[in-house]
Design a protein around this ligand. Structure first.
Ligand SMILES: CC(C)(COP(=O)(O)OP(=O)(O)OC[C@H]1O[C@@H](n2cnc3c(N)ncnc32)[C@H](O)[C@@H]1OP(=O)(O)O)[C@@H](O)C(=O)NCCC(=O)NCCS
Length: 213
């Protein structure tokens, strides 16, 4: 039986997640956008079936959804609503990802793209998103709704708190980065050599605080 899934969010990242769902054996039935004026349009050949608000008037119990937006606060809020009304947010793992059998991954809304690697004794909580070719080394913990950009490298023994954003091609040094605070943002290409406080933006080589949110 073909498994059906609806994609929420219509942005430049959405096609990546459509391909992820299809690689995992799902048929993408259509898209939902925050903007109701786009209902009925097509994006990459997939129909925009409605706005997020419309979902609350639709019987979502038992239906599967995939959230493709980059803003993890929005993803967290909408996911909680969908789950509350009986929606299912399957964890999708691309067949090319290499994942140790000693890893624990939540079965709710985790999206792991192509060629990611996850090493032993790492734990990944609900709603986390890994873009292609990112690596999470051994003994890491990703709390809820962490975003890991493409080619990012999370070194061993790093704990990343809720909704933190790890930029593309950044390196979190094993044993040294240790802790990334909630909603912190690690800039693209950063080399993180020490813990990053919550709600702060760090960037550069070595990474330095550039802003507090
Ligand atoms: C760090 C970041 C959040 C800063 O964004 P911003 O607040 O809009 O900052 P600005 O672009 O105004 O840049 C401010 C300064 O920081 C520098 N800067 C910005 N990003 C930087 C980075 N990643 N590394 C080093 N320096 C950076 C800029 O050159 C600029 O320097 P200047 O004042 O000397 O000209 C952003 O540049 C970034 O790296 N985002 C992550 C992108 C990413 O990985 N996306 C994943 C997509 S899948």
């Amino acid at each position: 039986m073909i498994k059906e899934i609806y994609a929420l969010g219509v942005g430049h990242g959405t096609p990546l997640f459509i391909e992820l769902a299809e690689a995992c054996g799902y048929k993408v039935v259509g898209l939902y956008h925050y903007n109701e004026t786009r209902t009925g349009e097509y994006d990459h050949g997939y129909e925009i079936l409605g706005a997020f608000a419309d979902l609350m008037n639709f019987n979502i119990k038992g239906k599967s959804f995939m959230l493709t937006m980059g803003d993890m606060n929005i993803k967290n809020e909408i996911s909680d609503n969908l789950i509350h009304y009986g929606g299912i947010l399957p964890t999708l793992i691309h067949p090319t990802a290499v994942i140790s059998k000693f890893v624990q991954i939540s079965d709710s809304g985790v999206l792991i793209n192509s060629h990611c690697e996850i090493h032993s004794d790492t734990k990944i909580d609900e709603g986390c998103v890994l873009w292609p070719r990112s690596t999470i080394e051994h003994d890491c913990r990703l709390h809820k709704y962490v975003f890991v950009g493409p080619n990012a490298y999370v070194g061993a023994y790093t704990e990343i708190s809720d909704r933190a954003f790890i930029g593309q091609c950044s390196i979190l040094m094993s044993n040294k980065a240790q802790a990334i605070g909630s909603s912190a943002l690690v800039g693209a290409g950063a080399l993180v050599t020490k813990p990053v406080p919550a709600n702060s933006i760090v960037a550069g080589h070595p990474a330095r605080l550039i802003k507090t949110l």
